[in-house]
Design a protein around this ligand. Sequence first.
Ligand SMILES: [Zn+2]
Length: 280
Amino acid sequence: MKRCQFHVLQAGLCHHPAGMARRGAGLCPTEFPALAGLIIHPTEGPILFDTGYDPAFFAATRSMPERLYRWATPVQLKEGHAVADQLQRHGLKAEDVRHIVISHFHGDHIAGLHAFPAARLFCSRIGAAQLTSGSRFGRVRRGLLSTLAPAELHERAVYFEDMAATPLDDDMKPFEAGVDLLGDGSLLAVPLPGHCVGHWGLLVRDGDGRKTFLVGDAAWSSAAVRDNVPPPRITTALLGNTRSYRDTLHDLHLLGARNTEILLAPSHCPEIASLADPPA
Ligand SMILES: [Zn+2]
């Protein structure tokens, strides 16, 4: 079993009412960090989990109807905070990144993909298909900005659905199976349905043997997992499937209660953002 180093990176943030992400939390505008993961694999080198925001997000939302996305969730991204810029602090260049694992194709997770034109993209086939399905307005409504995905996505993609399922360790129950992305047990993608079509998380085992489960948007915060409190139905129904979302959140809640050693890391959680390496 190969083990990795793992770093949390924050690439910008957005604002929206707290109650959109947690039932009963009110309308107060709240900051939601956009997090990505930098995984240093002992032989494959740097691997990213998602990319967070990037200047490309602003270009992709310049005109209507995509501009509605920017209005709905106003974004802040400071100079030098895009993931590609932050790699320098780790002595890395964008060209060094050979693999990117994409949890799902919402704009705040893939805006930085353009900076890594040589990377192999591990992602969901049905998730990728959403980028070209339905109307342009319908895609924006579902959080998809198609121009942020590379035109040659299909050629560079390795689809989770095409890989053989492998059983997870007992300490991951109630999650039973995932796919072993590199074939060495270091990175296991796990389906986490509900937030949107083709939503997956990534289980990483670091050098100390500690497991980090990057759960993407299957939960908006660590507190939501601990308390098993989902977003309101209006949010989950708009983006995905409410029943599946709540089942997945409940499974994460059970996992966290049974396995207190694992770090469950939602992509927009302030507690996880506090672990992020400070941008240069
Ligand atoms: Zn999302």
